[in-house]
Design a protein. Sequence first.
Length: 131
Amino acid sequence: MAEKHDILDVEDVNNLVHTFYGKVREDNLIGPIFNEKLEGRWPEHLAKLTTFWQTILIGEHTYFGTPFPPHSQLPIDSHHFERWIQLFGETVDHLFVGETADEAKWRAGKMSEMFQYKLKLSRENAGKSLI
């Protein structure tokens, strides 16, 4: 393996996304959920995720969308988020070192917190009118 460096460009982001989701796809806990939801659509999802992280980490605004809604109906809970964060952190640490790599792990943690909070609210208020 080449000497580690920080996440610098879209090639690094692409490497992170593809390596990480390769692990996700093989994981016994979260893999089945992702694989069922994305069956036959992994390439387009990986491309979207690359643009998401490219926007977040290197400031190249290529992602336009809202990441939470597609996750809101998945059968996931805190255990799934814990595993996702664990795999993400391991992948970042295996591939990269530096300020942006640290930021990637921090942002992933914050997204996990936000998604879990939104899922809790959504599930507690299922069927309730918003107006």
